[in-house]
Design a protein around this ligand. Structure first.
Ligand code: NAP
Length: 304
């Protein structure tokens, strides 16, 4: 079932991690790649991420799996560019954080004899570029696939097998459900982090460097998330409008309820709310999706 040749289009965090994970798994798969800028292509060559080409068309020739690893807003243009050079029977997958918009944009360019199995690894860091990847990024992390009903099941199974070999847990999900779930678990949390760090930045101008110097764990964790790639996250919000606006509306309602509880001194409401949310954290740890160690296992001294 293994792929003979995998083409990685885009050579940032996700693609470079796939390359490292393929090597770690001991697969005899050849890896090719393409990045937009010469700088990234050179870096990818230096890091030994695979055979790196100067055009995406050359990179996909002879590949039986093509993985689109570019920002969501660039997927369609990249797909259009490579469509004429895909092997008959090849499988195209992507790693975009939003699935509905990507499927809509990419599907029209998928040739008749090529299978499209859209995907999304629920794994990442705030770093980007060819040097940011590492082999264990996908270990025990979910990788969701959202194939259309008519897609060849053998192609889906082949992608699943590959993703399992590089460490991921694979599941299938209906596409609009994926975009709603991810709005809750990833997209809105990022928006909140961006907002909080923006507020603190404004405050920082008043208090000079106090916001940075005395940043306690809560704020520090927000800054990690808010350091995520601006292009990637701009594209996520522009392409998952419906679900993010829906969840943002609900978030605002909850925030007003908490604001009211603080103003009216309703400690019971606050206590019950925080008790309920604490249980969610336990669930994530029990599911093996994070460490139970204090401060995410960083072992740093706490600033309160
Ligand atoms: P990244 O490290 O920023 O790498 C993006 C790559 O895409 C780079 O090689 C870049 O080339 C190339 N690229 C950017 N704009 C392009 C364009 N207009 N046309 C062609 N190529 C372009 O990004 P990443 O974190 O790997 O993310 C890639 C995809 O994975 C995104 O769709 C994102 O939504 C998804 N994803 C990311 C995470 C995460 O945490 N980072 C998690 C799950 C899924 P240059 O370097 O030459 O500019």
């Amino acid at each position: 079932m293994a792929f003979k040749r995998i083409a990685l289009i885009g050579l940032g965090l996700i693609a470079s991690s796939i390359s490292h994970a393929v090597r770690r798994a001991g697969m005899e798969t050849e890896v090719t790649g393409y990045a937009r800028t010469e700088k990234s292509r050179e870096e990818a060559r230096r890091l030994g991420l695979g055979t790196i080409f100067d055009t995406p068309q050359e990179a996909v020739q002879g590949a039986d799996l093509v993985v689109l690893c570019v920002p969501v807003g660039a997927m369609a243009a990249v797909m259009e560019a490579i469509a004429g050079d895909l092997e008959p029977g090849a499988i195209v997958t992507d790693v975009g954080s939003v699935k509905g918009a990507v499927m809509e944009a990419v599907s029209p360019y998928i040739p008749e004899n090529v299978h499209f199995v859209p995907g999304h690894p629920l794994a990442g860091t705030e770093h980007s570029g060819p040097a940011s990847g590492f082999a264990s990024l996908f270990d025990n992390r979910w990788w969701l696939l959202t194939p259309d009903e008519g897609v060849d099941r053998q192609a889906v199974e082949k992608v699943k097998e590959f993703l399992t070999e590089i460490g991921a847990n694979v599941d299938e999900m209906e596409v609009s459900h994926h975009d709603l779930v991810l709005a809750v678990t990833s997209h809105i949390p990022h928006l909140i982090a961006y907002t909080m760090v923006g507020v603190a930045d404004d405050l920082g101008r008043v208090t000079q460097s106090e916001v940075v110097n005395y940043s306690a764990a809560g704020f520090r964790d927000f800054t990690r998330i808010a350091a995520s790639d601006p292009t990637m996250w701009r594209d996520v919000f522009l392409s998952n409008k419906t679900a993010t606006l829906d969840i943002l509306g609900r978030f605002t309602e909850e925030l007003f309820a908490l604001q009211r509880a603080i103003r009216t001194g309703d400690g019971e409401h606050l206590f019950d709310y925080f008790t309920r949310t604490r249980a969610i954290r336990r669930g994530i740890v029990q599911a093996g999706q994070d460490t139970d160690a204090p401060d995410f296992g960083r072992g740093l001294t706490h600033q309160k």
